[in-house]
Design a protein around this ligand. Structure first.
Ligand SMILES: [Cu+2]
Length: 134
């Protein structure tokens, strides 16, 4: 009987740990407004399928762009930066969408930006942290 109780306690402890939001997650929920991503920082495991649910709570078109490893858009997103897009989706105001993308195999930090003119400068910037799975 004691063993069973100990087992149940262990399982509950593991479940609580799994629910913590400090570790990597394969689910991202993000809201886009004029002009922020909320939240703006995400941690995902390498190579996993990531389900991204985006809601648009702003009034102008926005995009969610993950830049390739080792690149960033600099001061502004322009034509030359398009070659460095790892993954992108656009969303119209009051729309929402759920998409799946595969996380990069390379651990590290990746810049997230909105590619609409002027939005990066207005604060539509974020960070995707990709970590090896434990
Ligand atoms: Cu935008």
């Amino acid at each position: 009987m004691k063993k069973i109780i100990a087992l149940i306690v262990t399982i509950l402890a593991l479940l609580l740990t799994a629910c913590g939001n400090s570790g990597p997650s394969t689910k991202i929920n993000v809201s886009m407004t004029d002009f922020t991503f909320s939240p703006s920082e995400f941690t995902v495991p390498t190579g996993e399928e990531i389900t991204l649910h985006i809601t648009h709570d702003g009034t102008v078109e926005h995009s969610f762009i993950v830049m390739k490893y080792g690149t960033d858009a600099g001061e502004m997103f322009d034509e030359a930066d398009k070659a460095n897009i790892f993954w992108e989706m656009d969303l119209q105001p009051e729309d929402s969408n759920t998409l799946v993308f595969t996380a990069p195999e390379q651990p590290g930090t990746y810049q997230i930006i909105c590619g609409m003119v002027g939005h990066l400068q207005s604060g539509m910037i974020g960070k995707l942290t990709v970590v090896n799975q434990q």
